[in-house]
Design a protein around this ligand. Structure first.
Ligand code: NAG
Ligand code: NAG
Ligand code: NAG
Length: 199
């Protein structure tokens, strides 16, 4: 099936839209109890209740800005998936943010927080630093939904703080095809410091 190759992103300009977010952006604050959602940095965040089954809600132990301040962890099941709504044939960027923040009070080190992310049936990556790391992939949707899954590979309990989905225009990342997705290798901000995560 599809290959996951790696890409680098160089952000040349910081362009945060002055008005609200685009209608087809989906930003999920995992573990958020309030089903009304909220707006942060001009992005509308929703709770994850309608995108996932199971798991438990936690807040990170240290103070941290939303949307990373809550997370959902999955102590049971080998594979737990978020079902994201997609339009078949459309290209998407999906981003998963992990911020451990000692939510379970176990002081786990990064080495102890290893698990895998899957995009559909394909292994996307192994989480290497679950204490403040974002993972991104670009893919072409093959159906009206795409599962993003957290898969146990050892003793670590998978968890996730944020899942974001952004439709891309066809012209971006031409090497991404229906049979070939891409996982991000590295993202570098080449312009002034500031907010670039949300682009
Ligand atoms: C849920 O969020 C809404 C909108 O941000 C807020 O008005 C409301 O007070 C919140 N409810 C609770 C129980 O925190
Ligand atoms: C975690 O670290 C804190 C501070 O060092 C310590 O007080 C606590 O006992 C540790 N908890 C565990 C479960 O190791
Ligand atoms: C993917 O599809 C394209 C166009 O149909 C084809 O040229 C390419 O060889 C395929 N790549 C793989 C890895 O199957």
């Amino acid at each position: 099936m599809a290959l996951l190759v790696f890409f680098q992103v160089f952000v040349l300009a910081v362009a945060v839209p002055a008005v609200g977010q685009k209608a087809d952006f989906l930003s999920i604050d995992c573990g958020l109890e309030n089903s009304s959602g909220y707006q942060y940095n001009k992005i509308d965040y929703v709770s994850d209740g309608s995108y996932v089954d199971g798991g438990k809600s936690y807040s990170v132990a240290t103070g941290y800005d939303p949307p990373s301040s809550t997370l959902r962890s999955f102590p049971s099941g080998e594979r737990n998936c978020y079902t994201l709504p997609t339009a078949a044939g459309t290209k998407y960027l999906v981003r998963v943010v992990l911020f451990y923040g000692n939510y379970d009070g176990k002081n786990s080190s990064s080495m102890m927080l290893r698990f895998d992310l899957h995009l559909g049936v394909n292994r996307w990556t192994t989480v290497k630093n679950a204490d403040n790391e974002a993972y991104e992939a670009v893919f072409i949707a093959w159906a009206s939904w795409a599962p993003v899954c957290l898969v146990k590979t050892g003793d670590a309990t998978p968890f996730v703080n944020v899942v974001e989905l952004r439709p891309l225009t066809d012209a971006l990342y031409p090497t991404v095809m229906a049979n070939q997705s891409m996982g991000r290798h590295r993202r570098r901000n080449m312009a002034a410091s500031g907010i670039y995560r949300y682009i």
